[in-house]
Design a protein around this ligand. Sequence first.
Ligand SMILES: [Fe+2]
Length: 431
Amino acid sequence: MSNTETVNKQSLDIVNDLPIDKQIEQLIKNHKELSISRSRKSIVNDEQDGLKLLPESSRKRLEDGGIDLSKGYPEVPNRDEIPIFVDEAHAIRDYDVPFVDRGSQADPEKKALFGAATEIIHLTDKVGTEIVGLQLENLTDQQKDELALLIAERVVVFFRDQKLSPKAQYELGDYYGNVEKHPQVPHVTGLPGATVIWVDYGLSKGLDLNFNNANFANWDSVRYLGYGNQGWHTDLVHERQPAGYTHLHLDSIPGVGGDTIWSSGYAAYDKLSDEFKKFLDGKKAIYVSADAYLDRNDPLGGPKKVERVHPLVRTHPATGWKFLFVNRGMTKRILGVSPIESDLILNFLFDIYEKNADIQVRFKWTNTKSGYGTSAIWDNRISQHRNVWDHEGKSPRHGTRVTSLAEIPYFDPESKSQRETLGLPLKKWDA
Ligand SMILES: [Fe+2]
């Protein structure tokens, strides 16, 4: 008997006096093969499979870091804990969490951080800096604050050759904000908040990612969101307090390929004319989650995403600079204009981020000794990023991500853009 036939037969068995949403809840919880109508393919909980696939360097890092792998890896949230209805998903973290941007307290000259490093390498003019000669695990609070400000200015900062346990990575994230614990993605065993970034594991579970479809989301992320993380995006924009400082540590890296690209939201804003900036300043937009759920009041109405309204142009609390807060997959609509106008404007703004190579950095990850890795810490507020899946899974790529949620987004009409503040030239178009 096929899965479909099983579901059909058993679904008939649960018709009873319960309200329809409760019946659907029962059906979904009782059938592992149902995907809870999420946009991503359901990952069935079987940690032993992951353990077999775990690359040697990653295993060494986890074991050296005191992660107990005897119960398997990665840990997949229990099916009973994954929200089914959009109101449940919306209720997660739907309250204010105090946040102080560590970068706002830092020495603007960053003497403690730069003084201890052996080299500071700017990878491009606008975005991306590599720090050499420091171990993240040993930073003082003063250096952490200065690092936060550096990330807020440079968008993303890299550290190679790091000996960094998942717990130490978590603690650094905890210093920078409220660490996000994702309700449904796999995480390090025993450490919710350290999300596992491991496309190879998804492929082993049936993720439909291949050479031909890998970049589909860069044309239409609404229809093709499911193909890995190759489409330009910003993490967790639907949160009440969306993602700020975000730290990906890769402990298994392909010898060739698997790069990541970031694009700057300050520079994207500065690419616009003064008149267009004025039009966008103060506008708000609807932001949606990557995952979809069901509407309790219309459970057969199809997938529904968590939605929240945030300013389209935001002000960064540490730098004070304005930035463009959009991404193709998760900015749904600008409020106050028609849907057609919104689509036209948003598509143009997505293009600004995605097509201007002079505001981007492409980073080549490098592996060193087994159990070591390379870190990228970026600010999700002021950037978009994407992975480049050119290695096609031929060699393993595995890492852990800790995301610190930041402030409730705001727009300060008195704030200035990055180039205005730094006194850099901006073209004045004819009136
Ligand atoms: Fe991402």
